[in-house]
Design a protein around this ligand. Structure first.
Ligand code: HSE
Length: 318
């Protein structure tokens, strides 16, 4: 049944890889995007805020196109839509903005027609579109996600983030496209580097599940993507090596970058020291970065409750 009044959803940002879990480990973060979708006479868009500048406002819009895929899959026709969107997730910075758009679009469209598709089906579709399941899994289910995609089906385990965990995202002012950051990775790896990563990804997953924050420093180390991507983010090497000396539990490149993510403990009294260290090192390389203190988001995508507002009027229309 199509909901004539439409639906409003909120979807979290995410960080992928978490160091050694390349294309595997994701975590939802407390930065959000909002989508409202309604059946309409004629398709139109209302996009609010700087982060959505330049996004197509016709039927080539990704959210529109993915909504149509859901309708097709469910055998329902809703050709014209009114779509409103707002986002506080920085674009093309390694915080899963495209994954949140994919998950938000699939989820909103499915809710609009009475949710005929299961969450697992939406995950399969989202992973097939994004091609790796770590960001989309986190945006869909919230928390920490360990995921596998076999090219058709996505499988996952959700871990509730330890309550003590907090994250500092250093978001550089420059963009880095995922394709560019992937194109510089080697196609094969030595046995030694493979074991290095597999063992740490397993340890990190277990450490999150068991709340063993003391293991994170060793478990977040990586040899299969960060060292190759380091030249793209000057200062990153030093930050990843030394953040633990300035109060971080561990640090990693967020997804394909350029954002750097340091995990800390909520009770740490060294937050300002950590922030200053990361900001200074990037500054030495002439890189300005926005420093965002974030919480893991236990919630994944969901419909807004009747009393909750989406910030559609907080920013100007773009
Ligand atoms: N895991 C991806 C990468 C990021 O590092 O290239 C987006 O999922």
């Amino acid at each position: 049944m199509i909901k004539a009044q439409g639906v409003r959803i909120r979807v979290p940002a995410s960080t992928a890889n978490l160091g050694p879990g390349f294309d595997t480990l994701g975590m939802a973060l407390s930065l959000y995007a909002w989508i409202e979708m309604k059946p309409a006479e004629q398709t139109k868009f209302y996009l609010y805020g700087e982060e959505l500048k330049g996004i197509p406002q016709d039927k080539s819009n990704l959210v529109y196109k993915l909504a149509q895929r859901v309708f097709e899959e469910a055998g329902v026709s809703v050709p014209e839509l009114e779509i409103s969107m707002a986002s506080e997730i920085p674009l093309t910075r390694g915080l899963g903005s495209s994954a949140s758009a994919i998950v938000g679009a699939l989820y909103a469209a499915n809710e609009l027609i009475g949710a005929p598709l299961s969450a697992d089906k939406l995950f399969d579709m989202a992973a097939a579109i994004e091609k790796h399941p770590d960001n989309v899994g986190a945006s869909l289910f919230g928390g920490i996600i360990s995921a596998v995609w076999d090219g058709e089906r996505a499988h996952y385990l959700r871990i509730e983030p330890p309550k003590e965990l907090r994250a500092l995202a250093a978001v550089p002012s420059f963009w880095l496209a995922t394709e560019q950051a992937r194109s510089i990775l080697p196609e094969t790896f030595s046995m030694e580097d493979t074991v290095y990563n597999v063992s740490r990804a397993a340890l990190l997953t277990g450490a999150f599940a068991a709340g063993r924050l003391d293991l994170i420093a060793e478990a977040m180390k990586d040899r299969i993507h960060q060292p190759y991507r380091a030249p793209l983010i000057p200062g990153m090497d030093r930050i990843l090596k030394e953040a633990v000396n300035h109060g971080a539990l561990g640090a990693a490149l967020s997804g394909a970058g350029p954002t750097l993510l340091a995990l800390t403990s909520r009770s740490s009294d060294r937050c300002s020291e950590l922030e200053a260290f990361i900001s200074d090192v990037l500054g030495e390389h002439g890189i300005e970065a926005k420093m965002l203190w974030l919480d893991p988001s236990s919630e994944g995508v969901r419909c807004l409750l009747s009393h909750e507002q989406a910030p559609f009027n907080a920013g100007s229309l773009v």
